[in-house]
Design a protein. Structure first.
Length: 119
């Protein structure tokens, strides 16, 4: 699976952003698609994930209530909408994929898209 993330940019605190991840290379049946982020000097952290088949979603506490992960089966794309952005949301955001919920590691990664939130 090849993943291409886009949609990052510079946003003022309180604003919103929608990130996109285009997937190609194979069908995504049973796959789990996710967003991670990594701020400078910090470890990469999980943000949200969604099952391709049923759209079941999970979120990190840090973004719960402010973000929505969704997918478009026809476009083979995954999106992350974040509202009420905070400076601490500043990070490179990565989309990732794994073959099922029971698979431990995400083994497909896209390049990062930078999100910078100014205060």
């Amino acid at each position: 699976v090849q993943l291409q993330a886009s949609g990052g940019g510079l946003v003022q605190a309180g604003g919103s952003l929608r990130l996109s991840c285009a997937a190609s290379g194979r069908t995504l049946t049973n796959y789990v698609m996710a967003w991670f982020r990594q701020a400078p000097g910090k470890e990469r952290e999980f943000v949200a994930a969604i099952s391709w088949n049923w759209g079941t979603a999970v979120y990190a506490d840090s973004v719960k209530g402010r973000s929505t992960i969704s997918r478009d089966n026809a476009k083979s794309a995954v999106y992350l909408q974040v509202i009420n952005l905070k400076p601490e949301d500043t990070a490179a955001y990565y989309c990732a994929a794994k073959s099922s919920w029971s698979t431990v590691n995400y083994d497909h990664w896209g390049q990062g898209t930078q999100v910078t939130v100014s205060s």
